[in-house]
Design a protein around this ligand. Sequence first.
Ligand code: ASP
Length: 314
Amino acid sequence: MKPSSQPFALVIHGGAGVIERDQLSADEERSIRVDLDAALEAGRRILASGGSALDAVEAAVVALEESPRFNAGKGSVYNAEGRHELDASIMEGKTRRAGAVAGVETIRNPVRLARAVMERSPHVMMISAGAERFADTQPQIERVSNGWFDTDARRAQLDQEQARERSEPGDESLRGKYFGTVGAVALDSQGNLAAATSTGGMTNKRYGRVGDSPLIGSGTWADERCAVSGTGWGEFFIRNAVAHDIAARMAYGGNTLVVAAESVILQRVPEFGGDGGAIAVDLDGNIAMPFSTAGMYRGWIAMDGSRGIAIFRD
Ligand code: ASP
């Protein structure tokens, strides 16, 4: 049966990185696909009932934050001190409103706090202790202890990384140390676009390191033409203003969404030594999901009604 078309589009990601087919058991892969599909469904329900792109990306990202399988919310990676510091951002295209938080430690769903910064404060970004104090004034924001984000799998990754560091002192390359950041982009039936991204950052990060995910224009961007959420080696995404560069190539260069996204992710970022992926949607409902890594967890519902989940280059 041919899927029926609808006036909205939604794309989600659960992170790009070194995802090798032979390292993912059939059970793990199945669970990841189930969680990606549930996040897609959370966003779809909102869009199908005429809801906003902003609500849809928030709902999809909350669903992914709740899954221990992704590096955002529950299941976030550990920093060098064995704690979790979470980053998130959200942006609405037409109004260019945006909100972001970085280095928060007790916020169950950081994307919700990012939205609160956007809607309930005059600011765009709040960090660490200040963001936590702002959360104290927002009763709708659920708090948890830092240990609530713990998972055995992430602890094992930290132990492995710290053992590697001890055996190869001086090797500070971050390549391959990110994984599982989540994000969503959507076009709603009113023609509005929105994007959101949430992450625990990189395993073994230190000194208050913040990546691209909470930075508007780097990890997240939405305007009247397109919405973008990135995942990858954050330092390179910051240095190349990745999310905004994709939008700029469309606005000033007349690129299509796919050409713009592929030029930045497959050429520009690797040229400088970085890697990663991005998801993007434009005003016409075109979608792009390029990545330069082995895999990127992703899911989409296109305007023609087609729907899918993918991990590798298949
Ligand atoms: N971009 C994120 C960061 O650098 C990591 C990721 O996408 O997995 O914090």
